[in-house]
Design a protein around this ligand. Structure first.
Ligand SMILES: [Zn+2]
Length: 287
């Protein structure tokens, strides 16, 4: 793709989430980040806020965020942000933002329909259908990690049992590989540790079962896998590909490309910014 479509990150920064101060402390942190950018640039056209969990992009209100402590039911993040910074702002789930960014500017360029998968503390997902981000009625479409894979599997943070997330999130990967964390699991598998290799194959299979369901249902032509554990590369992606080939018989799986993400740790932030800059209203176009 042409050079001018590449993201130009003018400024990036990281702050640790204030997990001890509840939801208000996190919202204050988000506002502080926006204010810091405003101090430097003197103008912001729009602000995109990407957050994990269940939230409503239409109203800019969070519903349920299991992985950040706090009472997230009904927190008006966007109203508070817009008031504090005096700029239009929009809220989007970080995995949906990842899918949007990778489709526009990363490993998903040129795909008509795409499934984005993020592997980290949880398992996130996002769908591009017909070239557009598909959010469903209330922004929850694309929740790849919360489809049931094992009917009586482990309890998931969402309340269900046997969700893909309960089998493929970072701590489940570590447990499957006999390692303290997901990063160590990948390193051990690369170094030839048979248990870690077997653990990643098992996780890759679960991901492949989930991806097969999506391919059968909506027929995506590309699957982009990102997040920290995606660094495992083909150790994880090959079992996913094999599972697709084994299970999908109603579509031509040879045409489904399974690739690693390209935009790195900033994909979610880039996608949120793109979403905020996009004039499309999800409630008008994605219901
Ligand atoms: Zn779940």
């Amino acid at each position: 793709m042409e050079r001018d479509t590449q993201p130009r990150l003018l400024q990036t920064g990281r702050v640790a989430t204030d997990t001890g101060g509840g939801e208000q402390a996190v919202v204050r942190q988000l506002i502080e980040v926006a204010r810091a950018v405003l101090r430097d640039t003197h103008h912001i056209d729009s602000i995109g806020v990407g957050m994990p969990g269940v939230l409503d992009p239409g109203s800019g209100i969070t519903r349920f965020i299991p992985n950040i402590p706090g009472n997230w039911a009904g927190v008006p993040v966007i109203a508070e942000m817009s008031k504090a910074v005096q700029s239009p702002a929009r809220l989007i789930n970080d995995a949906r933002a990842f899918a949007l960014a990778e489709h526009r500017l990363g490993a998903g360029r040129g795909a008509t329909s795409l499934l984005g998968i993020t592997l980290g503390t949880g398992v996130g997902g996002g769908l591009i259908l017909g070239g557009q981000l598909y959010l469903g009625r209330d922004g929850t479409a694309g929740e790849f990690g919360h489809q049931t894979i094992l009917p009586d599997g482990p309890r998931c943070n969402c309340g269900n049992n046997g969700c893909l997330e309960s089998l493929a999130r970072a701590d489940a990967i570590a447990a499957a590989c006999g390692q303290p964390g997901a990063e160590e699991s990948v390193a051990a598998a690369r170094a030839g540790d048979p248990r870690a290799q077997q653990g990643l194959i098992e996780v890759g299979r679960y991901l492949g079962i989930g991806a097969s369901n999506v391919v059968v249902l909506v027929g995506v032509d590309r699957i982009v896998v990102g997040g920290g554990i995606a660094a495992a590369g083909d150790i994880l992606l090959d079992p996913l590909r094999q599972e697709l080939a084994r299970r999908v018989h109603v579509a031509d799986v040879d045409r489904v490309q399974v690739v690693g993400a390209e935009l790195g740790i900033w994909a979610g932030a880039i996608g949120a910014a793109l979403f905020a800059a996009d004039p499309i209203d999800p409630h008008l176009h994605f219901v």
